[in-house]
Design a protein around this ligand. Structure first.
Ligand code: ARG
Length: 581
C-alpha cells in the first residue's frame, strides 16, 4: 500500500512541480504516527513550500487537488501547518487482504537485488564457557540471518570461534601434563568440564615460571605446525565443539564454523600489504596502523597493533584477514558482525583500516551490531549466586524446567490430561522460545534484565503470550473448518475492530522490510504483540463461528490470516509455533 501511495504522490508531483525544480528526496508518505491522524501521513507540502514560494497549506491543497486516491482512501484531510492525512477505505483494505490471502509470502516481496550477506555471530572461544553475551549474539544472529534469507539474500552464517592464540600454549601444556593419555587414545577424552580445565591451566601458568616457559614453547610449536601440538589443539577444539553443539541443538540453530585459525595463513600477507600501502609502520618493535579519530590519553593518534614485537598477531589482525577474505573470496556485499557493545571500537578500527587500505568496494556494507548487556535481577552483570558465569546449558534447562512446572499446574487447573510426551515437548518449546523472545523483543542496544518469571509469563510481550495467541487463533480457524485451498473470502469489514486488525495485518511486509533495513528484530516482536492484541480485541467484539454469512467467512479469513502472520513472523525470529499448549 505504501508503495502504491508513493506512486500516486509522484504522479501528482510531476504535475505540480515546474520541470526545473529538483524533486525532493525521501519518502512521500509514511505510516501515521497516531491513529487519530488516519493510516498514512505525508509532510511533502512542508518540504515543497519553500522551493515553490507558497505557504505549506496552499501547497497541501494544490497537492490534494492533483492526487487521485479515490479507489484507496477517503477524502484526504489537511491538518496543522500542512500535513496530509490519509485514511484507507474499508473496501480497499478488503481487496488488499484478499490478495494477501492467496500469497504464501504474505505480501513480502523478495529483495529486488539479492545480496550475498555474511552474518558473523555466536563466535564463542574454545575451551571457555559460552556466556550470556554469546547467547545473545547467537539468538540475534539467527533471527537476522533467517529474515535476510527469507528476503532472498544468500546468507552465510559464520561462527568465528576463538580457536587460535597464545592461550593455547598453556592449554596444550596442561593437557600433556595432566592428561597424557588423551593424546594416545583417540576416542575417549575425559577433560570433564572445560571451564575448570581452563582454570587449572591458568592457575598453573600464573604460579609456575617453568610451566610458563613450556607454554611459550608450545605456542611456537603450534604455530610452526608441529604434529603433536596440533593434535592437542585439535582435541581441545573438538571437546569444546561438543559443548557448543549441545547449546546450538537445544536452540535449533545452525552455524558454519570458520574460526580464527582459518585465517592464520593470511595474516603475514595482511601485515605486509598494509606496510606496502604505507599504512602500517613499525613503532617500538611492533607493527601498527595509526588511526584517524582515535586518540590516546595525551591526544596523539592511537595505534592499532597488527603484529606484536614478538612476531605474534592479534585479534584485529585476524579480523582484517577475515574481512578481506569475506569480500574477495566469499564475495560478500554486506558483512554483519554481532557482538556486545564492548567491541564497538574494535570493529570501528578494523573497518577504518580496511577502508583506508582500499579493501572495501563502494557497494559493500560493513555493519557491527553492538548489543547491550544481559543483567541479573539485581541490575548487575548476570552471574550465579556464587559469582561465577552462568552456564548456558543450566540456564536453558532451568527455563525448560520452569515452563514444565507452569504447564503442569495449568493442566491441573484446567482439568486436562496430557501425555508425558506432550508435556515435555511443550515445555521445551516454551522454555527455549521464552529465552529467545526475551532477548529479541528488547531494543538490542539496551541492557536488559534476565528474569525467568517475566519471560515465562502468559501475559505481556512474551513468547508464551505469542504462542498462546497463535494456538487460540488457530483453534478458531480449525473449528471453522473452511478449506482455504479452494476459497478466498470476500472480506466485509464493517466493525471497527475488524478494520483495525485488517489494517495491521496489511502492515506486515513494511515491518519486515524495515527490520531487514535497520537490523532491529524487536520491531517485529512489537508488531506481532500488537497483532495478537488486536486480534483479541476483535474476537471479544465480533462473533466469528456464530456469525451469519458473509461475516462468518470474512471473520474466519481474518483469523486464518492472523495465524499465518504469527506463524511466519515467529518463524523468522527462530520460534516454532505449536498447535496446542
Ligand atoms: N570470539 C569473540 C568473543 O568471544 C567474538 C568474535 C566476534 N567476531 C569477530 N569477527 N571478531 O568476544
Amino acid at each position: 500500500m505504501l508503495r502504491e501511495l508513493e506512486e500516486r504522490f509522484n504522479q501528482a508531483l510531476a504535475v505540480l512541480l515546474p520541470p526545473d525544480l529538483p524533486r525532493p528526496a525521501g519518502p512521500r508518505v509514511a505510516l501515521a504516527s497516531q491513529p487519530q491522524f488516519g493510516d498514512f501521513q505525508s509532510n511533502l507540502a512542508l518540504t515543497l513550500a519553500k522551493p515553490l514560494g507558497r505557504s505549506p497549506r496552499a501547497v497541501a491543497e494544490a497537492l490534494v487537488q492533483l492526487l487521485h486516491l479515490e479507489d484507496l482512501c477517503e477524502a484526504p484531510e489537511i491538518a496543522g501547518p500542512g500535513f496530509i492525512n490519509l485514511r484507507l477505505r474499508p473496501a480497499a483494505v478488503a481487496r488488499e487482504l484478499a490478495a494477501r490471502f492467496a500469497d504464501p509470502r504474505l505480501g513480502v516481496s523478495p529483495a529486488a537485488q539479492p545480496q550475498r550477506v555474511i552474518v558473523d555471530f555466536s563466535s564463542p572461544n574454545i575451551a571457555k564457557e559460552m556466556h550470556v553475551g554469546h547467547l545473545r549474539s547467537t539468538i540475534l544472529g539467527d533471527a537476522l540471518a533467517r529474515l535476510l534469507s527469507f528476503l532472498g539474500h544468500e546468507v552465510l552464517r559464520l561462527n568465528h570461534v576463538g580457536d587460535w592464540g597464545t592461550q593455547f600454549g598453556m592449554l596444550i601444556t596442561h593437557l600433556q601434563e595432566a592428561y597424557p593419555e588423551a593424546l594416545q587414545t583417540a576416542n575417549v577424552l575425559a577433560l570433564g568440564d572445560l571451564t575448570s580445565f581452563y582454570k587449572q591451566a591458568k592457575a598453573r601458568f600464573d604460579a609456575d615460571p617453568v610451566f610458563q616457559e613450556m607454554a611459550r614453547q608450545a605456542v611456537v610449536r603450534l604455530q610452526a605446525g608441529d604434529p603433536v601440538a596440533l593434535q592437542a589443539w585439535r582435541l581441545l577444539c573438538d571437546q569444546s565443539r561438543l559443548a557448543f553443539q549441545e547449546i546450538y541443538s537445544l536452540l535449533g540453530i545452525t552455524l558454519t564454523e570458520r574460526g580464527e585459525s582459518f585465517y592464520n595463513p593470511y595474516l603475514a600477507e595482511v601485515v605486509a600489504d598494509l606496510q606496502t600501502a604505507g599504512l602500517a609502520v613499525e613503532d617500538q618493535g611492533a607493527i601498527c596502523v595509526f588511526l584517524d579519530g582515535f586518540t590516546n590519553k595525551d591526544g596523539r593518534p592511537q595505534p592499532l597493533i597488527i603484529q606484536k614485537s614478538d612476531g605474534g598477531y592479534n585479534y584485529a589482525t585476524t579480523d582484517l584477514a577475515a574481512l578481506r577474505y569475506r569480500i574477495t573470496q566469499d564475495g560478500a556485499q554486506r558483512l554483519v558482525y554481532i557482538t556486545d557493545a564492548g567491541q564497538a571500537s574494535h570493529f570501528a578500527q578494523v573497518f577504518q583500516v580496511a577502508r583506508r587500505a582500499g579493501w572495501v568496494p563502494e557497494d559493500v556494507q560493513l555493519v557491527h551490531i553492538p548489543f547491550g548487556l544481559v543483567l541479573g535481577e539485581d541490575g548487575k552483570k548476570f552471574r550465579t549466586r556464587s559469582g561465577d558465569t552462568v552456564r548456558l546449558r543450566d540456564l536453558l534447562d532451568e527455563a525448560i524446567q520452569r515452563a514444565k512446572t507452569d504447564l503442569t499446574q495449568r493442566l491441573v487447573a484446567e482439568d486436562r490430561q496430557e501425555s508425558a510426551e506432550f508435556i515435555d515437548h511443550i515445555a521445551q518449546v516454551v522454555g527455549i522460545s521464552a529465552v529467545k523472545y526475551a532477548d529479541l523483543s528488547q531494543n538490542l542496544t539496551s541492557n536488559y534484565v534476565f528474569s525467568f518469571d517475566r519471560m515465562l509469563a502468559l501475559q505481556g510481550n512474551t513468547a508464551p503470550y505469542m504462542l498462546y495467541a497463535y494456538v487460540r487463533v488457530q483453534g478458531i480457524s480449525r473449528k471453522g473448518q473452511v478449506d482455504w485451498q479452494s476459497l478466498i473470502p470476500a472480506f466485509d469489514l464493517a466493525e471497527e475492530t475488524e478494520l483495525v486488525l485488517a489494517k495491521h495485518l496489511l502492515q506486515f511486509p513494511d515491518v519486515i522490510q524495515s527490520v531487514a533495513q535497520d537490523l532491529l528484530p524487536h520491531r517485529l516482536c512489537t508488531y506481532l504483540f500488537e497483532l495478537s492484541q488486536k486480534f483479541n480485541q476483535f474476537y471479544d467484539r465480533c462473533p466469528v463461528l456464530g456469525a451469519e454469512e458473509p461475516w462468518r467467512t470474512s471473520r474466519l479469513g481474518l483469523a486464518h490470516l492472523t495465524a499465518q502472520t504469527l506463524n511466519l513472523g515467529l518463524d523468522l525470529l527462530g520460534i516454532p509455533v505449536v498447535e496446542r499448549m
